[in-house]
Design a protein around this ligand. Structure first.
Ligand code: SAM
Ligand code: DTB
Ligand code: SF4
Length: 347
């Protein structure tokens, strides 16, 4: 179905995107926000002829956002390695043949120094990741202090700490947390090929606890773990069928790390990856869709394709959690070349 056949839906104001001279949709059409996407419907989207898919993704993108603006987040690993979970993609699992060295939780002052540097480099959001199955009480106190400190610098805060119960979620909210990252990673059907130490339902339960506590949700997945197209559709359908769409949807391209079970997974080409991003944009039009891990090995042309497919967020800084990310000067040059700007810079 082409957008031109879509029913007229009256425009309603979206606080996340003001009117933009580049919005070619001043007439006010906005795609309906649906929560009943099926795997088959998403598979049909992913399978559209590429020009048709990108056209639809562009319409959805421009109905809610200025397509020249990119939200910039910075990542910091506050507790690296030694994780008891067995996620096949992750270099931080203690259960793989090789894994990164386990470190202790970072000191508050060190985190704040990194956050100040991120702010100076133009980041709007500071994300802190910990290699935990779930946080221990004492550690949660320290993370709450980090959240308060980072927020007082004028940055949005995000943490990813593993599974949370309702009480832990409320404590993070009270500390001022803006976003919690917790990914579904893949389709429900493919999940146990990738992780055996927790279930899809565990993930959904944490997402629901975070939502109930009033924290914004950052939830996405990974492409390139040997899944098939139907699993990619299953991931996007699961995300788009959550009771409320995640405000941020990170789509990671697997970073193949030596010593992990997925080190030799078959590479996914940029067009296949862009198709998944476009499906995320069309099904969750008001969400920030993040081109997350995997940018280090992507060409500038591949980046451009993924932005055209509707991605409007990236992690900046030369490291993700444990693996490399493009250097700051490369990203600056790329965005300038594309005529794109960070969302935090004035219009
Ligand atoms: N331990 C917490 C958890 O799993 O929720 C938080 C940290 S974990 C590293 C955050 C996310 O990073 C994972 O859910 C996964 O989607 C992503 N990730 C980890 N290793 C990756 C890799 N090698 N390539 C791409 N994404 C990866
Ligand atoms: C997300 O979806 N991707 C980020 C963030 N959320 C925490 C993590 C990517 C990690 C890539 C592998 C690494 O650097 O260890
Ligand atoms: Fe642990 Fe998170 Fe890595 Fe899984 S993805 S092994 S839970 S750090």
């Amino acid at each position: 179905m082409l957008w031109s056949h879509a029913p007229h839906v009256p425009r309603h104001p979206d606080p996340r995107s003001g009117p933009s001279p580049r919005n070619p949709n001043p007439g006010g059409w906005q795609p309906e926000i649906r929560h009943d996407w099926t795997r088959d419907e998403v598979a049909a989207l992913i399978d559209l002829p590429f020009p048709e898919l990108i056209f639809r993704a562009q319409l959805a993108h421009r109905a809610y956002f200025d397509p020249t603006r990119v939200q910039i987040s910075t990542l910091l690993s506050i507790k690296t390695g030694g994780c008891p979970e067995d996620c096949a993609y992750c270099p931080q699992s203690a259960l793989h043949e090789k894994s990164v060295k386990a470190e202790r939780l970072m000191a508050l002052e060190k985190v704040l120094t990194e956050a100040r540097a991120a702010k100076a480099a133009g980041a709007g959001r500071f994300c802190m990741g910990a290699a935990w199955r779930s946080p221990k009480e004492r550690d949660l106190d320290t993370v709450c202090a980090m959240i308060k400190g980072v927020k007082s610098l004028g940055l949005e805060t995000c943490v990813t700490l593993g599974m949370l119960d309702g009480d832990q979620s409320r404590r993070l909210k009270e500390a001022g947390l803006d976003y919690y990252n917790h990914n579904l990673d893949t389709s429900p059907e493919y999940y146990d090929k990738i992780i055996t130490t927790r279930t899809y339902q565990d993930r959904l339960d944490t997402l629901s606890n975070v939502r109930d506590a009033g924290i914004n949700v950052c939830c996405g997945g990974i492409v390139g773990m040997g899944e098939d197209e139907s699993d990619r559709a299953g991931l996007i359908a699961s995300l788009a069928s959550l009771p409320q769409h995640p405000e941020s949807v990170p789509i990671n391209l697997l970073v193949r790390v030596e010593g992990t079970p997925l080190a030799e997974a078959e590479a996914v080409d940029p067009i296949t990856f862009a198709r998944v991003v476009a499906a995320a944009r069309i099904t969750m039009p008001a969400s920030h869709v993040r081109l997350a891990a995997g940018r280090e090995l992507m060409s500038d042309e591949a980046h451009a394709l993924v932005f055209l497919a509707g991605a409007n967020s990236i992690f900046c800084g030369d490291k993700l959690l444990t693996t490399p990310n493009p250097a700051e000067h490369r990203d600056r040059k790329l965005l300038a070349n594309l005529g794109m700007k960070p969302m935090t810079e004035g219009h």
